[in-house]
Design a protein around this ligand. Structure first.
Ligand code: ADP
Ligand code: MG
Length: 478
């Protein structure tokens, strides 16, 4: 009689259940799905790499005994592992692995967990090297808009720009390794870092480029520690050919994260891989940063971005308008460029507010409108609240996971949270509508405008909703 995989697994579970704690059973065995039984090979699907490692390390003896009992001496177990890659937006994929063949002993440390870091060692053959691991697709997280083409050159950025260009033509092989770009906020560090990454990709399509903010890096590292996948984390970063870490200053005082970055940095540098770092300060002024790491930063080139002069500011505004296919009077452009001098992000923000205002009121853009908007704008720029922060407060308030805001879901409560996040971002940050959209689930500026209107309408008509908004307002402004 042909055995059915579900029934076989069901019997296995009954045995397993009697041999381990209820908690372990719930945690490690309930999420498993039997998917195939073929020639006495039972394939079970496990939700992640970590799961697989854990089963192999802690339950392999029990699993093997149970399989033998159910399927006889020829019985074997195979895993189908759902691989999820945080850096990879594409759907999870599965890999198949046979269960361990190592004779299990009572000492669990003898069973070898998968070790992505080392590969096989001579003394103990490691059967768990995943073939083709190098082919993991890495989403480089580069923003196509932040290209060299869109980056206006001026005296303010000439050195950094040309160093960046040189690096992109010859990554890892110039003296500019690492290339550290520093400046105050809103002067183009992130843009330039992306531009270099994009250019490397254009010149060397086979190279793996990765852009991460130091916050992402930190969070991934914390997760890795929590999930016991520290090695996977390091291994992943060691595969990168051009690693861009944005806003490194957020690593100050995070000693463990600095250490791991130091480790990765050294590995990449030794292998002639390119490192790019941005920071709000030059290395000499970075406090709370590991001195060994600081000395590494000084190995390459540190180039700063200065405040752009008037001509460059005008050119930047014009470029932006041209790209968006919008025309506005020259005197308005000049007024803008005159008024907002120290931060290009603010300059863009003001421009977008003017565009938004004119489309909302269906009025032509003229100097008068520009003046009114900029008055508001420049006055409101004393404090910086970030979009990320707003999202966090909104999600906490409604008990939602932060990721849901970035997802495509149309669930009412999530749509509402997303709209509120957009509304407050518009109200409390200098971010452009486009930027806000990008950060709130990759939406366009029209969606953000719509969200702001919806929220305003609801404030007028729905008392409960108005309470939410008032409470949130307080929480965010605190
Ligand atoms: P930072 O990372 O230094 O805070 P960003 O790279 O985020 O600054 O730049 C802020 C905004 O200014 C971005 O929208 C960017 O495209 C724009 N920007 C900065 N420098 C330039 C430039 N030289 N040419 C065109 N746009 C620029
Ligand atoms: Mg930046």
């Amino acid at each position: 009689m042909k055995k059915n995989c579900k029934a076989v697994w069901e019997n296995c579970l009954n045995i397993i259940k009697d041999n381990i704690s209820h908690q372990s059973f719930k945690t490690w065995f309930e999420p498993i799905k039997p998917i195939k039984l073929d020639n006495d090979v039972l394939t079970i699907q496990v939700p992640s790499q970590f799961f697989y490692e854990w089963l192999e390390e802690h339950f392999i003896t029990l699993l093997k005994k149970t399989i033998k009992k159910e399927l006889g001496n020829h019985g074997r177990l195979e895993y189908s592992i759902i691989m999820e890659n945080t850096y990879n937006n594409t759907a999870p994929y599965t890999i198949k692995l046979p269960a361990s063949n190592i004779k299990s002993t009572s000492n669990p440390s003898v069973t070898m967990p998968i070790d992505l870091n080392k590969g096989s060692s001579k003394e103990i053959p490691n059967p768990f090297i995943i073939p083709g691991l190098k082919k993991i697709k890495v989403n480089s997280q580069l923003n196509e808009n932040y290209s060299f083409e869109n980056f206006i050159e001026g005296d303010c950025n000439r050195l950094a720009r040309s160093a960046g260009f040189a690096v992109a033509s010859n990554p890892g092989k110039t003296a500019f390794n690492p290339l550290l770009i520093y400046s105050n906020v809103g002067l183009g560090k992130t843009h330039l870092a992306h531009a270099i990454g994009l250019e490397v990709k254009t010149n060397f399509p086979e190279k793996i480029v990765l852009y991460v903010t130091s916050e992402q890096f930190t969070n991934q590292y914390i997760d890795a520690v929590r999930n016991n996948s520290h090695n996977d984390f390091v291994h992943f970063y060691q595969m990168i050919d051009t690693l861009i870490v944005d806003d490194i200053q957020f690593l100050t005082k995070k000693e463990k994260t600095q250490e791991i970055y130091f480790h990765i940095f050294n590995h990449l540098h030794q292998n002639n891989k390119q490192l790019i770092i941005t920071s709000d300060k030059p290395p000499v002024e970075m406090e709370g940063m590991n001195t060994r790491l600081l000395s590494r930063f000084k190995w390459g080139l540190s180039a700063d971005l200065q405040v752009p002069d008037l001509e460059t500011r005008i050119a930047i505004v014009e470029k932006k308008l041209y790209k968006d296919g919008v025309e506005i009077p020259k005197d308005v452009i000049e007024y803008l460029a005159y008024s907002i001098t120290t931060n290009i992000r603010e300059l863009e923000g003001a421009l977008i507010s003017i565009l938004a205002q004119s489309s909302l009121n269906k009025k032509a853009i003229n100097l008068d409108l520009a003046k009114r908007m900029i008055d508001k704008f420049v006055k409101n720029t004393s404090r910086e609240i970030s979009i990320d922060y707003i999202q966090k407060v909104v999600c906490d308030y409604f008990g939602l996971q932060l990721e849901t805001i970035h997802s495509k879901t149309r669930k009412r409560e999530i749509v509402q949270a997303r709209q509120l996040a957009m509304y407050f971002s518009k109200k409390m940050t200098k971010a452009s509508l486009a930027t806000i959209g990008l950060h709130c689930g990759n939406k366009d500026h029209a969606t953000v405008l719509h969200a702001c209107r919806t929220v305003n309408n609801l404030i007028e008509t729905d008392k409960q909703f108005r309470n939410y908004v008032e409470e949130l307002d307080k929480k965010i402004s605190l």
